[in-house]
Design a protein around this ligand. Structure first.
Ligand code: OOG
Ligand code: NI
Length: 454
């Protein structure tokens, strides 16, 4: 029976595509953004055949056109822990802990994502998932009200809960069950025009923080954006207004470089949407938007420390042009060359033998230096793409949709233990995952000894 279960990868791909269809119907501007990104990506590939060849060789081209990430926000530990079980069925596991309270946003987060090379290359879909920190609501009456509203809702359908339990019992899904599961789990992320509260409660929560109202007042945890991957984020940002999309002021993350690092992101502003309250039909809520991202190589601890320092030094002032110039000059000390990134231990790479390398095992066994093997055409090292998120950038994305309220003062620091308790599991360390993947690739090439012999 186990042989005939549908793979987690295919459930994830089916889910990501159903989510995208739903979101395009719900937020038509997102469909426009997808078209723009597809157009720019195909222009880049046409104008830059070398990049196209590299992407094909790295297995990146096939996953380029599938959705890259989305984001959701939940209100209780029980919701978060059920989500963990739901995403596990799709081969998505919690990676990384992000404390957004530092940046004045009352949530902490993780990313549910695939972990191994194969799953990442088949479909890298990931969800940035935030848990509201009710402890950061300072008014005790309002905090109690928010807890009460949250306790009364169930964001999962009864069938969805049953299917999760079934999967846990039998260890897999048939085709029919997998289809039903995708259908039922989508319900959790659907938009609801009808809130669960009266307008006074909505206003009070919204005044405390707009995000709190967004999490507490709805019957589900609506997907708040989806994010395709582009090969030229500067061009998409510049073309957005012409396509009737209004972008946020600056592109977050590192500057444009020859060897892209980490993650650059920008979004269009959240839309004002009509909602109704239990006591009144007319209201609006602003939460849902679209985003684009450009991904580059994942950095080591050393590379990441350098990135964080240069980003701090560059600061953030002015319009996007000024901001990008400041970044570019701050980042001149960050090597922009794959070989230097490797030699200085700043970034992770995927190592593989070329055909010549396969045909020449003695040359590899002779213990020549890795860079020399690359020069001799026996080995290739491909940048390992960053699969995670950046807390400073995430805060910028949150804030661009919170208007003036973006930066409230929040007391209280990182609460990783509290988050993991709520989740019901530890979050994986993203840096350890990259390191492990690089080690495995070196081992496959025979460049380091097999496990147990090193
Ligand atoms: C999540 C914002 C963060 C990203 O890409 O960094 C994010 C949210 O608004 O819920 O999606
Ligand atoms: Ni995002």
């Amino acid at each position: 029976m186990a042989d005939s279960w549908v793979s987690a990868d295919s459930i994830r791909a089916g889910f990501a595509s159903a989510m995208s269809d739903m979101y395009q119907r719900e937020v038509p501007q997102y469909g426009t953004l997808l078209k723009l990104v597809a157009q720019v990506n195909s222009e880049v590939l046409e104008q830059d055949p070398a990049q196209k060849r590299q992407l094909i060789a790295a297995g990146e081209l096939s996953r380029l056109s599938v959705e890259r990430h989305g984001a959701i926000r939940v209100g209780t530990a029980a919701e978060l822990s059920t989500l963990r079980q739901l995403f596990a069925i799709m081969g998505m596991f919690p990676v990384g802990y992000y404390d957004l309270s530092q940046a004045g946003v009352p949530v902490h987060s993780t990313a549910f994502r695939p972990i191994d090379d194969r799953a990442l290359s088949l479909n890298p879909f990931r969800l940035f998932t935030s848990l509201l920190r009710l402890d950061l609501i300072d008014d005790p009456l309002l905090r109690a009200k928010a807890s009460e509203v949250l306790a009364a809702r169930d964001i999962f359908t009864a069938d969805c809960r049953e299917l999760i339990a079934l999967h846990q019992r039998q260890g897999g899904f048939s085709q029919t069950q997998a289809r039903a599961f995708i259908h039922e789990s989508l319900e959790t992320f659907r938009w609801h025009q009808q809130t669960t509260v009266d307008s006074a409660t909505y206003q009070a929560l919204s005044q405390q923080h707009r995000l709190i109202a967004d999490v507490v007042c709805f019957p589900g945890c609506h997907i708040n954006h989806l994010t395709p991957r582009t090969l030229d984020i500067d061009r998409v940002q510049a073309l957005m207004p012409g396509a009737g999309i209004s972008p946020k002021a600056i592109i977050e993350g590192p500057p444009r470089r020859r060897v892209d690092i980490l993650l650059r992101q920008t979004s269009f502003k959240a839309l004002d949407e009509a909602v109704s309250f239990t006591d009144c039909e007319e209201g609006t809520h602003t939460a849902r938007f679209g985003e684009i991202e450009q991904r580059g190589v994942a950095l080591t601890v050393k590379g990441r420390a350098l990135y964080d320092r240069l980003l701090r030094e560059a600061g953030s002032k002015g319009d996007n042009v000024t901001h990008q110039q400041r970044l570019t000059s701050a980042f001149t000390t960050f090597p922009d060359d794959a070989r230097l990134l490797r030699q200085q231990g700043l970034a992770w790479f995927n190592w593989a033998l070329t055909e010549a390398g396969e045909a020449n095992p003695e040359a590899i066994a002779a213990g020549a230096g890795r860079e020399e093997l690359i020069e001799r055409g026996l080995v290739v090292a491909t940048p390992m793409i960053y699969e995670d998120f950046l807390p400073v950038s995430a805060a910028g994305i949150f804030q661009s949709n919170l208007g003036d309220q973006g930066r409230v003062q929040i007391q209280g620091g990182s609460e990783r233990g509290v988050f993991e308790n709520a989740l019901g599991a530890a979050v994986a360390d993203e840096l350890a995952l990259y390191q492990q993947r690089e080690q495995e690739s070196l081992r496959r090439c025979g460049l380091i000894p097999p496990v147990g012999q090193d």
